[in-house]
Every structure is written in C-alpha cells, then in structure tokens.
Ligand binder design. Structure first.
Ligand code: MN
Ligand code: MN
Length: 466
C-alpha cells in the first residue's frame, strides 16, 4: 500500500541504461559513434562550422543569401564569418502568431590561442607564446600532446588553413612542466598559481640553422620551414587565429563503453546532437531554428558571439524573404518563441561530491538535464525560466518518454556559470537550459554519458516537432 503511494507520489530519477533494450542500445551507440567521428574532425569553432555546412548542404539546406523567397518547408542557413551558424526550417504555422522553436548551443571551447607575436627563442629552443581562451585550470594543459588549428590571413587576403598534429604522421607540440625532483617551491603554491599564464609556452623546435653569425638560429629555421610549407613570414602571425587543442581523439570510455571521453564536449555535444536532430527533420509545424554560436566561453561578445545582432539579422532575412516583414515584427516573433539553450551541465562527480547538492545535481546516465536557472551567488546573472514554460518543457519530455532531470550548478555560494540563455530571454523568448551533464568540464578530456547524449538528441528532435 505505502509502496504504491511512494511510487505515485515521489519524483523519480533513475539510471537510464536500466531500461534500455537491445534496439535502443544500438541506436545510442550509433549516435555516439557519429558524434565522436564528427568531434574528431571539428575541434575548433571554424572546423565545426565547416563540418556543419557540409552536413547541411548534403541534407537540402541552402544559404539564405542565395534565396529570394521562402515558404513552409524551406531549409536555410546563414554562416557568420566561418565561426557561427544559424539554420532554419520554415514551419507550416504562421510565424507571426506562433513564433519559432529555437535550440541554441555554442561551438567554441576552452583552449590556448597564439599571441599576435608568438614566436620566440630561448637557449636553443623555439616557442609559441599563448594566451588562454575561456576558463581553464592551467596545470591541465601542460605535458599533453597539442595540435595547432586555425587560419593565417595574408595582407593580400589569401587565407592559409593550419591543421597540424591530428594525423598519426604529423608532429605534435607540448608545454613542458617542472620535474618533481626540482618542484618543491612550485608544489607549495596554490593549484591556481602552480602554472603561470605566461608560462604556457608551446615547444615547437630545437634545430638551429648552421651559421654562427646569426642570432636566434632555431627561430630562423622554424620560419624557413613555415615559409616553405605555408608561404608565410613572421609578420603574418599578426593576422592569424591559431588555436592549440589536445591532439588526442574522442574515445569510448569504460569496459562497458557507456561513456565518451573527448576534448570540446562543452558544448559540441549539444551542438552536434541538435544539428543531427535538425538534419533528420523534415516538415515542422513551427519554424525550427538551430543556433551554433561562437565566443560563449569568453562572454558571447563580438560579432560572432550571441550578444551581436547577427541572429536578429538572420531572422529579419527570413521575414523579408517570407514577404511579411514590417516594423516591430521581429520583437513580436521573439515574444512568441520558445527556446532550449542547449549547453552542458556540471555532472555530479562522487570524488568531488562536496561541491554539489546531491538532490539538485545533474547525474551522468540519468538523462538530459534542465537548468531552470544558472548564475552565481543568489542566482545573480541568471535567466530564471518561468514555471509555466518549465511545465510546457516537462510535458514535451514526458509525452515523448525522454528521461530528464532538473538540476542546479553546484551548491549555493560555491560558484556558478552562465550560458547564452539570458541573451535570448532578454529578447522576450521563453528559455530554459537543457543539455548533457559533463565531468571534468573545461579540461582537455571531458567525460559524458552516451545515454545522456541520446536523451539530448531525442529531446531536441521532440522540441522541434512540437
Ligand atoms: Mn558551455
Ligand atoms: Mn563552458
């Protein structure tokens, strides 16, 4: 009797894998395999957008710039400076009355960027100096293999693409750390001070040119190699964007292969699952929009970040090409729109249990995590989703039998974080954060659970079908 009551009245949070049958397991593994393959080719925002464009082109999407008019069922995208992208399927319903269903993630991840004058030589060793991007624990980025990705643009406009360290036959690069034998002083420091930002210097060569009259012989040799390979000189680094990312690939994790370990899963796990869901959609009732944004990790500023007006421009282009645009229509449409801010959640780590409230933490393997609010210290800076909207989202999850959990990022006053949610909420959109829980977030090797990846895919699909 009481058991029955408990079953009826208690909120449940179960391990998703328990209920998975063979067919579903196969589907989970297939999605994860596709995800890992995509991730390994798309470690930076530029690479992600390039891969996404390829996928969109294969699936009947057209650049909105090349369209003169739009109608229900049309699939379009807009690429913003090779670093962010918006995609849309025009819905059957009138966008003026029903708004849009938006899913928004980000494709930039924490990393090390080269400084504008990166190249230097010290005692016969050549280095690239770096400036880290986003919130990292600096000690995690030493003594691991790193690869170089990005572009160098010459004053002529010619763009040289760099990707070195990913192929087995490529050389890799690394940042050295002190041997324990001589690290007594370093080991006494606080963890955050153990490795200084200026010491994140990438070792790139040690061979000198054979001419004793020359100063900086190793640097000259490196520049000769770069000139031969890419046709660049040292000055060309001034107009370059080169990122250092871990040179290892995403892999299945655990004897049971239930998890994924890989770099850049924040937030490419949500970016990929939403992109894949959009590729598999055909006709939709409400206009479906997918945002792949840049610069989230450093505050969403700049013309490729979500704070820019580029997204408004894309939606205005849709309204123009539907032939319905008029003053204030954009504002009206935002007010009637719904959004999932698809960004990752901090997973509960039993080794570091003390930072989480176990009742309100996101657990790996228990399904997609909703964050009603993010922020820090008294919800500061949060866009707190309205109860009415949370109920609507819960209903979508429950009627589609998708396992979910409602979570909070850490204990009260322990820390906090943010996503792009507030930016769309400020435009009048109903928004909730909805993504995959991650362990070791922002590290070179983040961990997710394949069941949650699958739940995210299912939810994004279900949301757009609403
Ligand atoms: Mn994120
Ligand atoms: Mn992040």
């Amino acid at each position: 009797m009481e058991e029955e009551q408990k079953e009826k009245l208690f909120a449940k949070r179960e391990e998703g894998w328990k209920k998975v049958d063979e067919k579903q397991k196969q589907e989970i593994m297939e999605i994860s395999d596709k995800y890992m393959a995509f991730l390994n080719k798309s470690k930076t925002e530029r690479e992600f957008i390039k891969s996404a464009k390829k996928l969109a082109d294969q699936n009947g999407y057209t650049d909105i710039i090349n369209k003169n008019e739009l109608k229900a069922g049309d699939k379009v995208y807009f690429i913003n400076r090779e670093k962010s992208m918006y995609l849309a399927i025009i819905g059957e319903n009138d966008i003026q009355e029903h708004g849009m269903h938006i899913i928004g993630s980000h494709v930039d991840s924490p990393r090390l960027d080269l400084k504008p004058n990166p190249l230097c030589e010290e005692t016969g060793m050549a280095y690239f100096k770096t400036h880290y991007y986003g919130g990292i624990k600096k000690y995690q980025w030493t003594t691991i293999p790193l690869s170089l990705h990005g572009v160098i643009v010459k004053t002529s406009g010619e763009k040289v693409e760099i990707n070195i360290g990913e192929n087995e036959t490529d050389p890799i690069f690394t940042i050295t750390d002190l041997l324990p034998h001589l690290a007594q002083e370093q080991m006494e420091k606080k963890l955050k001070d153990g490795i200084e930002g200026e010491n994140l210097k990438l070792l790139i060569g040690s061979n000198p040119v054979n001419d004793d009259k020359i100063q900086e012989k190793v640097k000259l040799n490196i520049l000769k190699i770069l000139n031969q390979k890419y046709g660049i000189t040292e000055a060309d680094f001034m107009s370059a964007e080169i990122e250092l990312v871990p040179a290892f690939n995403a892999r299945s994790l655990g004897f049971d292969e239930s998890m994924v370990a890989g770099y850049g899963q924040d937030d490419k796990v949500c970016a990929y699952t939403s992109l894949l869901a959009m590729m598999n959609l055909d006709k939709v009732k409400n206009t479906a929009v997918c945002i792949l944004s840049d610069k989230e990790e450093i505050g969403s500023m700049g013309n490729t970040g979500m704070e820019s007006h580029m997204f408004d421009f894309f939606i205005s282009e849709i309204l123009n090409k539907l032939g319905i645009n008029k003053p204030n229509l954009l504002d009206r449409i935002f007010c009637f729109s719904k959004m999932l801010s698809s960004d990752v959640d901090a997973g509960y780590d039993p080794i570091y249990a003390s930072v989480s409230d176990s009742l309100n933490a996101g657990y790996l393997g228990k399904g997609i995590a909703l964050n009603k609010y993010t922020g820090a210290r008294g919800k500061s800076g949060a866009s707190d989703a309205n109860a009415e909207y949370v109920a609507w989202v819960r209903n979508v999850l429950e009627k589609n039998d998708i396992q979910y959990q409602i979570t909070e990022l850490g204990k009260v006053d322990i820390g906090g974080g943010g996503t792009i949610a507030y930016i769309l909420a400020n435009k009048g959109v109903d928004v909730i954060d909805c993504g995959v829980p991650v362990l070791s977030m922002h590290s070179p090797y983040e961990v997710t659970n394949k069941y949650d990846i699958y739940s995210a895919y299912k939810m994004y699909e279900a949301f757009w079908k609403e």
